[in-house]
Design a protein around this ligand. Structure first.
Ligand SMILES: Nc1ncnc2c1ncn2[C@@H]1O[C@H](COP(=O)(O)OP(=O)(O)OP(=O)(O)O)[C@@H](O)[C@H]1O
Length: 271
């Protein structure tokens, strides 16, 4: 049986903790620190000395206790939060703000309630300069990619949570970003829908060759999806350990290797 590209894909720096090798770094985080200033004038250190190199087309998940800075780190990669010290660069270019070209897209949960599925996706093209008919045609293609062409005319209130997530993923893909940032996208879904969407996301990742940075609270989800799992610890947020996941895809929860990694991550999280 021939292996799919996803099955052949390996962590580019398996076994290496902290930095990945410089030649494979696509997203490079060097000594990143984040301090939030409170209204009272006090300073709260949230992330301290984060070093991480993510390769092109890599699927990396952040996991860690609530408040350890996962969302803040994702926001910093997106340029939505500035870096108090250190730097973040994408393809060698330092991130100084959001929306630098089409490179990075933050998948947002919320759809516009007054727009149909196809119009929500077409909104992803609103800065593209394409004619309306072309935006609609491309939006329909993306809906087909996420298996929702039949629901093109539905409003968000007429769709399940899983369908809404699919629409939101299609919208995020509209500008064909190189990097997709996803913050607990499947957290609110029932277990079955969640597993379906994980499979869907892997299929899209394989077909479209994206670099994905994904935040989750679920060890199983991180193990199902990721090339590497970055475990953050709180107070202040920092990288505690990086787990390369060298299991072939599609992954099985019953695989002894899966269970061994699950246990190792669980132990690290709970100490
Ligand atoms: N704008 C802000 N001003 C001050 N503190 C903030 C701000 N945003 C986040 N924080 C604090 O920074 C810390 C990290 O928050 P963040 O949301 O990044 O954590 P998280 O790991 O994503 O948490 P969760 O798993 O609960 O989503 C928290 O203590 C939070 O209260």
């Amino acid at each position: 049986m021939s292996q799919s590209p996803v099955m052949e894909r390996r962590s580019p720096d398996a076994g290496v903790e902290g930095h990945g090798p410089a030649e494979t770094a696509f997203i490079r985080i060097d000594g990143a620190r984040k301090v939030f200033t409170q209204r009272s004038g006090g300073a709260v250190p949230v992330l301290d000395n984060v070093d991480l190199a993510i390769a092109e087309n890599e699927f990396v998940s952040f996991i860690g206790r609530s408040g350890c800075g996962k969302t803040t780190l994702l926001n910093m990669i997106a340029g939505l939060e500035d870096v108090s010290a250190g730097r973040i660069a994408i393809a060698g270019k330092v991130v100084t703000g959001p929306g630098q070209g089409q490179g990075v897209v933050f998948q947002q949960h919320a759809l516009f309630p007054w727009l149909t599925a196809v119009d929500n996706v077409a909104f992803g093209f609103h800065k593209s300069g394409l004619a309306k008919a072309e935006r609609r045609r491309r939006a329909l293609d993306l809906l087909a990619l996420v298996g929702l062409e039949a629901a093109a005319g539905r409003y968000p209130r007429e769709m399940s949570g899983g369908m809404q997530q699919r629409v939101s993923i299609a919208r995020a893909l509209a500008l064909d970003p190189q990097i997709l940032l996803m913050d607990e996208p499947f957290g609110a879904l029932d277990e079955l829908t969640r597993i379906e969407l994980q499979q869907e996301l892997l299929r899209i990742w394989e077909a479209r060759r994206k670099t994905i940075v994904f935040v989750t609270h679920s060890i199983s989800e991180a193990l199902m999806l990721s090339d590497r799992i970055v475990l953050l610890a709180p107070n202040p947020g920092r990288i505690k350990r990086i787990f390369p996941v060298d299991l072939p895809r599609p992954r099985l929860r019953t695989d002894p290797g899966f269970n061994a990694l699950y246990q190792a991550i669980w132990n690290e999280l709970s100490t």
